[in-house]
Design a protein around this ligand. Structure first.
Ligand code: PLP
Length: 376
């Protein structure tokens, strides 16, 4: 599914140097490497002519979401709207804070949050909306920002899968994924488009006050050692991870381009195949293809995935069930047949190998095997 060895081999001398530099500095938590990485990522995310965002590194993408919600003052009894079709983190952090996750369905073609459903889900208790820019392209931020502006409910963008993606709609709104709402959050889990050699994450914001608060929350709720102004957590990015990320950051766009090229090739090979739907390109967003996810019709997704496994071809199912089917979230009170698009996607999505090292030959073989295993 993911091949990290190519890039790691190409960057080995630089990565070795970076790691040795941190060991020599004896500064393992925080410090120069972490600050420099935050600055460099901010510069990278900035859109030409726009302002550089504040970047707050933290321990992982799940913490980034939690810190964002804590910074916005989400507490017990509040409601936070999230998609039903997402990785568990998006919902988990809401529940951890004692707030209530309010699930909405997604669009069946882009896999992103249904804005109509968001509109309907808003109540007096709604304190945040978390769109997830799933698989690499932006949710309909134009609509969501309009809702946010009208209702005063802030948006936290889960950008774990879509770092560097750009939203741009016909009415002149354009922005970087993660920089359009109050907060954006991301993950540097090794398989993400920008991955480190362990866990890592970050938050972004244009709001100085929120940035200061988030920074404090990530570090036990204080700016000065042994002084704690608010209740915080321990969520810091290791200096070694920051140093590795600084080596990899300059290659992020090149990597995204390689993914887009691979996606175009899959599109070409699969576009006219009966029983397969290729991922829709959202007209208002670029796509950085964290995943290349097709839909397999006729209830044959699981058999196809098993058959491909026998042929030595890995595939992924992101995600095999909606959040409302997860045992831990039964208490939210949803019914099994709520969120029909999510339910259909959970039974039909199949992600094909997608990474920066894919060759045309590999892709041709993957599709050859897929076609031969598909029973029309
Ligand atoms: C990976 C991911 C996260 C969590 O990131 P971690 O660093 O693993 O905590 C959150 N949301 C989405 C959509 C993700 O894909």
């Amino acid at each position: 599914m993911v091949d990290l060895s190519g890039m790691n081999a190409r960057l080995k001398p630089e990565i070795d140097d970076a790691i040795m530099r941190v060991i020599a500095s004896e500064k393992f938590i925080g410090g120069e490497e972490v600050n420099m990485f935050a600055e460099e990522l901010g510069e990278k995310l900035k859109i030409k002519g726009g302002e550089t965002p504040y970047v707050i590194p933290c321990a992982n993408g799940t913490d980034a979401l939690q810190i964002a919600l804590m910074s916005l003052g989400i507490v017990s009894g509040d409601e936070v709207i999230t998609p039903a079709f997402t990785f568990i983190s998006t919902v988990e952090v809401v529940a951890l804070l004692g707030a209530k996750p309010v699930l909405v369905d997604v669009y069946p073609d882009t896999f992103n949050m249904d804005c109509e459903a968001v509109e309907k889900a808003i109540t007096k208790k709604t304190k945040a909306i978390i769109p997830v820019h799933l698989f690499g392209q932006c949710a309909d931020m134009g609509r969501l920002l309009e809702i946010s502006k009208r209702t005063g409910v802030p948006i936290v963008e889960d950008t774990a899968q879509s770092l560097m993606s750009i939203y741009c709609n016909g009415s002149g709104l354009s922005g970087r994924a993660g920089l359009m709402g109050k907060f954006g959050t991301t993950s540097f889990f090794p398989s993400k488009n920008l991955g480190c050699f362990g866990d890592g994450g970050a938050l972004f914001t244009h709001d100085k006050e929120l940035a200061t608060k988030a920074q404090a929350i990530a570090n036990h709720g204080g700016q000065i050692r042994y002084k704690h102004d608010i209740v915080g957590i321990n969520s810091r990015l290791d200096a070694i991870q920051a140093a590795i990320l600084r080596v990899k950051l300059p290659y992020l766009e090149e990597g995204n381009l390689a993914r887009q090229k691979a996606a175009n090739m899959y599109d070409e090979l699969l576009k006219d195949v009966d029983g397969i739907e290729i991922p829709k390109r959202e007209a208002n967003s670029t796509h950085v293809f964290h995943q290349y996810t097709i839909q397999v019709s006729g209830n044959q997704r699981d058999d196809l995935s098993e058959a491909l496994k026998e042929d030595g071809i890995p595939t992924g199912i992101y995600y095999p069930m909606g959040i409302h089917h997860q045992p831990a979230y039964k208490n939210l009170g949803y019914r099994a047949d709520d969120f029909p698009n999510t339910n259909y996607l959970a039974s039909s999505v199949l992600s094909l190998p997608m990474h920066t090292e894919l060759t045309n030959l590999q892709q041709t073989r993957i599709v050859e095997r897929l076609l031969s295993r598909l029973t029309n």
